[in-house]
Write a protein that binds this ligand. Structure first.
Ligand code: SF4
Length: 258
């Protein structure tokens, strides 16, 4: 099991790989870049590059992990993509249902399909369901998410590339915010982050600030977490108004935070 560098999870599990772009948040998709790199390195799982592929042989991986683990599902894909057969999604859910010792974090931009098929899936309490919301134009994804019966519902605002002044937090258990990284990274503004943080405070929703993404977008050039040697190093630093704020959902059991 490979340890993940993503601050809010422990490992990744990719029963599907590949995807297609659906909104502006996808512009510099990390999974696309990595898939092409892994294909060039000759990795069999990525022989089709970033084309959608389902991997039946990856389905039994969680059964082999002895220690209870927090798992980000499909970091290299989108489980609710239209080209992934419903029966396969059901098989992924069955694995999650059968391994309650693990906590699964599923994140999608295909919130409409999620909403449509959610009643046909078994939502055990170890499944956290999230939608990516990069700006106001895709805020409807939250409306779709809250119609699902997922035990923990979360929003990932990463990369945050615009304000989210219509943010709706009813029935939401957790919000992650992060800036884009990479040399073409789009700007994240402090006022957008502060707005989301304040709204989370008002609604008593745990908030996790992952990273500024790029040093030039961090308002504090003295943020110590910009430095690679810092134990909480993050791209561009991760202090917000002088604090590291990395809360996890309160109703969650066995998380990295506790
Ligand atoms: S939905 Fe996610 S994995 Fe798919 S292209 Fe967009 S950013 Fe990449």
């Amino acid at each position: 099991m490979a340890k993940s560098n993503i601050e809010w999870t422990e490992t990744t599990w990719n029963p599907t790989t590949g995807c297609t772009k659906i909104s502006t948040g996808c512009l510099y998709c990390y999974a696309e870049t990595m898939s092409k790199r892994l294909k060039a390195m000759g990795m069999d799982k990525y022989k089709d590059g970033f084309k959608i592929a389902v991997h039946y042989n990856a389905l039994n991986e969680p059964y082999k992990w002895k220690k209870p683990t927090v798992v980000f599902v499909d970091s290299m894909s989108d489980l609710f993509h239209n080209d992934i057969p419903f029966e396969f999604i059901k098989s992924v859910f069955e694995v999650m249902n059968n391994t309650p010792q693990h906590t699964y974090q599923v994140l999608t931009k295909r919130s409409e399909r999620l909403m449509q098929i959610a009643p046909l899936l078994n939502w055990t309490s170890n499944i956290w369901m999230g939608v990516s919301v990069e700006n106001e134009h895709v805020a409807e994804r939250i409306t779709h998410l809250v119609k699902t019966p997922a035990f923990i519902k979360f929003i990932s605002c990463e990369p945050l590339i615009g304000p989210l002044y219509s943010l709706q937090l009813d029935l939401i258990d957790w919000v992650i915010v992060g800036g884009e990284s990479g040399h073409k990274a789009r700007e994240i503004k402090q006022e957008w982050i502060d707005y989301i943080y304040n709204k989370c405070q008002t609604h008593n929703v745990p908030f996790f600030f992952k990273q500024w993404g790029k040093k030039m977008h961090n308002m504090n050039m003295n943020d110590p977490t910009m430095l690679k040697g810092h134990k909480q190093y993050a791209k561009g630093g991760c202090e917000l108004n002088g604090q590291i704020i990395q809360e996890m959902p309160r109703s969650a059991y066995k998380t990295k935070a506790n």
